[in-house]
Design a protein around this ligand. Structure first.
Ligand code: T46
Length: 131
């Protein structure tokens, strides 16, 4: 799901996400600054953790896949856009050089929450699928 957050023009642009704009209580925030041209990261699914991504600078492409093989992709390049990455989707992210991404997560970091092997992801009986 793609959200368009409200902005205020104060010569600069301020973007605001109130608690009610967020689909879950945020337990962890981290950010990624990409130094490489067309860097591919992610390539995993989460068992429970959901995440919201905002591209603060530059551009990224996010490809989601359910374990029936249905795919959906988003391009993020405006700081007022926020994408929800639900749990149980295989997620591949392509960063353009100098992209800066803010991530808000529903859970604390837990390496056990990751499915990092694609065949393992495909073989699981997961709850959600893209329509
Ligand atoms: C995601 C995308 C957008 C930690 O120690 N704590 C953390 O909170 C995170 C997120 C990572 N790490 C460690 C684990 C690895 O040793 O940082 C290293 C890199 O993590 P990873 O390879 O998972 O990085 P990405 O960019 O592929 O994925 C990350 C998130 O892990 C993932 O959930 O959705 O950013």
């Amino acid at each position: 799901r793609l959200y368009n957050l409200p902005t205020v023009d104060i010569n600069s642009i301020m973007t605001i996400a109130e608690r009610d704009d967020l689909p879950f209580p945020v337990k962890r925030v981290y950010w990624i600054t990409s130094n490489h041209e067309d860097e591919i990261r992610g390539e995993h699914a989460h068992k429970s953790c959901q995440q919201l991504l905002v591209c603060l600078h530059g551009e990224l492409n996010i490809q989601l896949e359910d374990n029936h093989g249905n795919k959906s992709s988003f391009c993020l390049k405006h700081p007022n856009e926020m994408v929800l990455i639900p749990s149980q989707y295989w997620c591949k992210i392509a960063y353009k050089k100098d992209a800066i991404v803010l991530v808000m997560a529903s859970h604390e970091y837990d390496p056990e929450d990751y499915i990092r092997v694609y065949d393992e992801f495909k073989s699981q009986e997961l709850k959600y699928h893209l329509g």
